[in-house]
Ligand binder design. Sequence first.
Ligand code: UDP
Length: 499
Amino acid sequence: GSAGEFIHIVMLPFMGHGHLIPFLALAKQIRRQTGFNIAIANTPLNIQYLRSTLRQDPNPGIRLLELPFASSDHGLPPDTENTEDLTLDLIGKLFSSSVCLRTPFRDALSDVVTRQGRPPVCVISDVFFGWAVDVANGVGTVNVTFSTCGGYGTMSYVSLWLNLPHRKTDSDEFNVPGFPERCKFHVSQLHGFLRNADGNELWSRFMQPQISGSLKSFGWLCNTVEEIEPFGLDLLRKFIKSPVWPIGPLLPNPWLVNPSSSSSSNRDSLYRQHAGKEPGISPEKCLQWLDMHGYDSVLYVSFGSQNTISPSHMMELAIGLEASGKPFIWVIRPPLGFNLKSEFKSEWLPQGFEDRMSKSNQGLLVKNWAPQLEILSHKSTGAFLSHCGWNSTLESLSQGVKIIGWPMAAEQAYNSKMLVEEMGVAVELTTGIQGSVSSERVKKVTEMVMDKEGKGGDMKKKAEEIAEHIRAAVKDEGGDKGSSIKALDDFVSAIKTRI
Ligand code: UDP
């Protein structure tokens, strides 16, 4: 970049693709609205990833700051700097080691201040870098926390981590501080690290100080929309007692809600690049297949960029889908226990299944990776059987597509709970993560949700209302600004008054 250029905002995402990608999307959105120059700081290999991504979609106002980090100093395999390079048992180590970025980040930030003679307008850091608040204040600027989840999802994990242990009785159901009595949580909804957390093990010892630290920041940005999550945002605002600016949906592919925001050349998902997956079908073929089916008649089945299901669940799902008689597109991958990169084997599905589905046109099986956004925005797609990852959730809602929830990890069970209880746009196949799903359940839920009348019809109506809200929120024409555009403007005005 040109020497002497003023950097307005320094960002510090956590070391995982699920964080780097939304932070980059946030940087681009802030640039679109303000023209600010932005520097994103991270460890060398993550910077390399961001650099190659920016090479494909150049953005002259985005700079990268490399923070030295040697994974082997922390008992990690060499060259592992991203949660997605690591097996579950080693991820905790990466989290714990991330606090050592404090000094290099402080040095990098001080350099910026020295070079430009005054501090940046603010630092935007990840929830997991609570220490960044003091570092930012130390150089005379403010810190704002960015949560890549929705309002309800953020509120859930923040309160759950800060209020350990969750279960004060033997009951599997319990109340979570900050949520009203009616929003009972079930122990099966907690993901592994949280289920066993008692405040003393590695995960709690990391999470509690980082989240508490982030609560001291000047405000929070949240990847959601005011009108679709009034309840979750209200709880979050009361709990963290500082401003929350809902500036979403920040999608890896913003053209989905805002066709003018990116060219077709960068429509290919950043998530696919990081997952290293070859598309199993061309978008055209997928759309042709969808064209053969009626309005709102197809169920799209996919579990995000990384998840797969067990061999027995794969059988149950196939049997249930076939028995429902409803058309579907299913992104298939080798089941749990097999190398995800290996060739897909017919024996993982019921005998003759692939043949029957293709002859009858009932099912389109797509290997590895599907053009999800094209599928969701096609008029034949009526519902999405999803793991409820936040990107998939926002993508589905932005197209008015109702959801069948099958949460599998992270905060997905809270997203799914919210979609059912607060939005009324989803039915769950199973409540908890690692729950069991039978073919009868798949058939029954599919029939109910795909029905154009009754419950299925109500869900559709609500999903369409939400899609309207999302489209309105990102509107930015002349003086006509939607709530997410305004929230970002408000955030910028608020940080400017602090300097
Ligand atoms: N995705 C896709 N095709 C697939 C699977 C996933 O395009 O076959 C994209 C999807 O559109 C979304 C992202 O990958 O943008 C998945 O993000 P999400 O937060 O839903 O789940 P995660 O992968 O983080 O579990």
